[in-house]
Ligand binder design. Structure first.
Ligand code: GLU
Length: 493
């Protein structure tokens, strides 16, 4: 029997060792928000501690892996700005090394040949089930006499390699959970290489993590049960252990595991919905990490500098799309206008509200408009919706706005007519010029300014919510503003 040390503690990294982390998705679908969260926390760790963040595509499952999915992962990470260091590693390209590592463990007597066929194993599994027992491999092939093994090998009998799990316990100090220990009697002698020489998941991951010199393995805590097997493999391969960190699962607001029932789970869907990458990153970071205190809104540089392993959370994280939208609103105001424009402009064009030529004709006006609208928007699409009254010649009245602000139609029409006269007389079409005119009007009629502003806002924008009325008037410009009021009066009469 091979002696493998049964307990494990993280190898102390010298200060000269730069941490190396990886994100290792299986390309079998889109980039899921859970995967993106894991990628982000690995990336933040690497950026904070001046390490490397690597990307490994785990495509050994040829039947389920697709190029489209690999592309979706690249695109999602690129959209989020999670650049990886070094070249992408494709796990499928390393099967020869995986097999070599298996052979090395056989030579070191850490694994043994298992000649049991899958039919035999299935039968034993069914038998165990019938007896209401859980099936564990009974090590029968480890008890084969040497001459029998030699005979089977000489006869080219196919065999898998099984890990000979030693007695004792296997444990590690998890960065998130602290000490975790598994009794080895609960770990069956697991297959490392199948009879066709292909690696099982744990074998491929450990072989690659060793080859990539990964020092921190940070992944979802659904992998906790794999970790003791992986630790045994590290020992058998004579490699130092990385530090493990298992991030909490993500649940929906109902406390159940996040699924499509809860709304979009693909990062790309949020991109389409007009969520900013910085807001998405901020939101994802808080799914399993907290900077401490009640701080929530963070830029990417904030997150990099505030990152610490102490802030990694154990309890399941809650994915609340409404919170994401709120955060996005905060980030819309936070980011530099120059970074926002390239996201809003194509959306305005796609909505048919403007053309690149029209924008080029008055760039400052467009900048001012978007700067004004972003304050009250939660998504880029909100900005597009709100921009409509400023970019279209026709106006749509929101029925709710009409019902609320133009309840008495003839009174509203009369008020708008007076306001129009007042506005038309304003010499300087600026907030400073317009404000006294409307305030004087309110005073002369003995009403609050709001009684004038609200009906006027509906006339100008069709909406109940808009930027301040003077900003609206200025953005529309004198001619369009006055003609909007005329249209409203005609509509009301
Ligand atoms: N391909 C595995 C997954 O997507 C990687 C797990 C790991 O990080 O070790 O779950």
């Amino acid at each position: 029997m091979t002696e493998t040390s049964a307990t494990a503690s993280p190898v102390a990294l010298t200060s000269a060792t730069r941490p190396r982390l990886r994100f290792a998705p299986s390309p079998t679908g889109y980039l899921h928000v859970g995967g993106a969260r894991t990628a982000l926390l690995n990336w933040l760790y690497a950026r904070h501690f001046d390490g490397e963040f690597l990307l490994r595509i785990e495509d050994t499952d040829r039947a389920r892996s697709t190029d489209a999915s690999t592309r979706a992962i690249f695109e999602g990470l690129e959209w989020l700005g999670l650049q990886w260091d070094e070249e992408v590693v494709y796990q499928g390209a390393n099967v020869a090394r995986h097999a070599d590592d298996g052979a090395r463990m056989l030579a070191a007597n850490a694994v043994y040949r298992c000649f049991c066929t899958s039919e035999e194993l299935d039968q034993r599994r069914r038998d165990a089930q019938a007896r209401h027992e859980t099936f564990t491999y009974d090590r029968r092939c480890d008890r084969l006499p040497a001459d029998e093994i030699a005979r089977l090998v000489a006869a080219n009998t196919p065999y898998a390699l099984r890990f000979r799990v030693p007695e004792g316990t296997t444990g590690w100090v998890d960065l998130v959970h602290g000490q975790i220990t598994f009794p080895n009697k609960d770990i069956e002698d697991f297959v490392v290489l199948r009879s066709d020489n292909t690696p099982v998941y744990n074998m491929a991951v450990v072989s690659d993590d060793i080859a990539m010199r990964i020092t921190i393995v940070m992944r979802g805590d659904d992998h906790i049960s794999n970790t003791p097997k992986q630790i045994l493999l590290y020992h058998a391969l004579g490699a130092p252990l990385p530090t493990f960190a298992h991030l909490p699962m993500i649940h929906g607001t109902d406390g159940k595991k996040l699924s499509k029932r809860h709304g979009a789970t693909a990062v790309a869907d949020y991109q389409i919905q007009g969520i900013l990458p910085t807001a998405m990153l901020n939101f994802l970071a808080l799914l399993g990490w907290s900077p401490g205190g009640d701080r929530e809104i963070m830029t990417v540089p904030d997150m990099i500098s505030l990152f610490s392993t102490d802030g990694l959370q154990r309890k399941a994280a809650i994915f609340d799309p409404q919170k994401l939208e709120w955060m996005n609103g905060q980030h819309l105001s936070l980011i530099a206008l120059d970074d926002l424009l390239p996201r809003v402009v194509p959306a305005l064009v796609a909505a048919g509200l403007t053309t690149p030529e029209a924008m080029a004709a008055r760039p400052e006006w467009f900048r001012a408009l978007i700067d004004l609208l972003r304050v009250r928007a939660r998504t880029v699409l909100d900005i597009v919706r709100q921009a409509e009254p400023y970019l279209r010649d026709t106006i749509n009245y929101d029925p709710e706005a009409v019902a609320k602000q133009w309840k008495d139609r003839s009174a509203a029409a009369e008020l708008l007519a007076v306001a129009r006269i007042q506005l038309a007389s304003v010499a300087e079409w600026t907030p400073q010029g317009l404000e006294p005119a409307l305030r004087t009007l309110a005073e002369s009629r003995g009403v609050t300014a709001g009684k004038i502003f609200q009906p006027l806002r509906v006339a100008l924008t069709g909406l109940t919510v808009s930027p301040g009325i003077f900003d609206v008037l200025v953005m529309l410009g004198r001619d369009r503003a006055l003609s909007r009021i005329d249209t409203a009066i005609a509509y009301l009469r």
